[in-house]
Design a binder for this molecule. Sequence first.
Ligand code: NOJ
Ligand code: CA
Length: 695
Amino acid sequence: MKNRNIFWASFSFIVLIQLTSLTIFGENFPSEVKSPNGKIIVSFQLTNTGQPTYEIHYVDHMVIQQSRLGFVIDDGFNFANNFVISETNKRSFSEDWGPLWGERNSIQNEFNEIVIGLTQAESNRKLNVIFRAFDDGIGFRYEFPEQEELNNFKIMDELTEFNFTGDHKCWWIPGDHDSYEYTYQTTKISEIDISKTEYSPRGDRFVSNPKSVNTPITLESEEGIYFSIHEADLTDYADMTLVVKDKYNFETDLVPWADGTKVKAVTPFKTPWRTIQIADRAADLLTSTLILNLNEPVVEGDFSWIEPIKYIGIWWEMHIDKSSWARTYIEGSWSGKDGLPHGATTENAKRYIDFAAENNIKGVLAEGWNTGWEYWGADTTGFFDFVTPYEDYDLHGLINYAKEKGVEIVGHNETGGDVENYDSRVEDVFKFYNSIGIRAVKTGYAGAIRPVGERHHGQYMVRHYQKVLEVALKYHIMIDAHEPIKDTGLRRTYPNMMTREGAKGMEWNAWSAGNLPEHTTILPFTRMLGGPMDYTPGIFDISIDSKEGFSVHSTIANQLALMVVLYSPLQMAADLVENYDHPAFQFIRDVPTDWDETIINNAAIGDYVTISRRRGNDWFVGSITDENERVLELSLDFLDKEKSYTAVIYKDAADSHYEINPEVCEIESVKVSSDTVLELRLAPGGGQSIMITED
Ligand code: NOJ
Ligand code: CA
């Protein structure tokens, strides 16, 4: 943990607030707001039918053309027309704040804001639209003020559009209501159509429109401007998916409740922020802090129990069919195959604890430690209580054994999607974990949601994930959520919201065609613009010796680099510990999980990326490529000019290749300084990692 005041986790210097604050009533309302550097201009306009719309200019280009705003509420009531502007309000804001942990220790939050107050002529109902223009993009949200005419209401449709000016290239996954675990597609906007790709319906997946996408969706215009649409501060609303309407226009399509309602609300009520990151270079998307800045600051408290850590665990062995989550096998269950031994035994867990203690790793996860797994996937409910260990797993003994060695057990709560069950138990479960010293829990929702008909990304589940996060905060538990709602930057407000899955992770390599090398060169520019991901990198047995026909599609040097590239404050080294008897494991021992500074050295979406992160005086570099071999340049001009350094380089061999020869990794040590320019040669599907320390 960084050396900061632990009782006041986040420093915040408000440099200037309300530089200009201007409220205007009457005819001539200002309707524009500019980013602090003047490059981005958002303008608001009512059409002649009183429909709210906005457009965006970037430098001299119109980049979002007239796009409508508004809602359909209750029983089809039109809340998108007949509006008049009743007031507008402008202000400027600037602060520097420091997150408790993350990719950097200081974040600038500077924007200009305009609030447009609207009143609907006939109904006298009120709606505000708030726009904030930052140098790295814009955010806008709707506010339904408290009012007599609107109290308890339902949003049946949100009409927000993002109307681009060209058929941009984009990186997208379908707008599935239950899962984000897809291979990214790279197409023009006009070519978005999941029915032309891998989609096959399953009980825990649902795509209602083949032309829908989920966010973050990242786009590149012909002029080379980059955009990413996403949302921020999603705590009590439905996931925003987008559907391609006419031409290059994306229209919002919220994930509904089982009864078809999109959102249930009571005024005063705010939607999440709709966000558009805008950048001249792909690299600048990666340093954007827009999403975090559009979340509320943390409330003061004691967060000394929150600590980014590395972990290992009894996990991969179940995915590669070496052992099972359950102790016995029941027809229809997903938890392993008949005849496989149980993975989470006391003996096996001790082996992991011993290894962690010897190798600078703090956490040990054990999946399948609790009773009920034989029913996972079977059509029944209530089988997990999350507190009773299987007989061959000595929960209390292991907690103490770990503690004596300076290690801790990471709890695991797979719900199988049975949310009614988990919801009724979670308070007692976290209270119990707190009492025995568990302070990190991986949750999971692998399965269709119960109540039947609710979706992983609907408001019902957004509320559930939020409740789990808040209960966890109360009992000092850090959360790592799998099958989660997408990350919208809540870690600023809830610093125990550490990491989550929410994309195709490592596990897919164990039981499907897997993730091609390109996948991890797209993730930073799409999924991870929302926040950290528990990808679970660090597999050394790339060819998965025990499971024929499956492999990790990467080199070992690439796996090491992912520990830096794919930021996660709970970072798993995912392989079986017996595979870590390898000199390259030293990089995993050394790499931190919390950083002071992050810079992007090379970036091309879907091709390659190089990221350097500083912790104190040490730098760690991760560079990865897709299936193509490349030579990238890395200037070390970010090092202190006055100092000399040693770089330990972990790289692909001349004949490394992600399918043919993935497991050779060369290690060398060289003297470097701020004048050094390194040549990074990356094999097909390869990578390079470097640790740079002061002499
Ligand atoms: C899916 C999760 O992504 C994976 O990490 C976990 O092992 C299984 N569910 C079982 O909980
Ligand atoms: Ca998963």
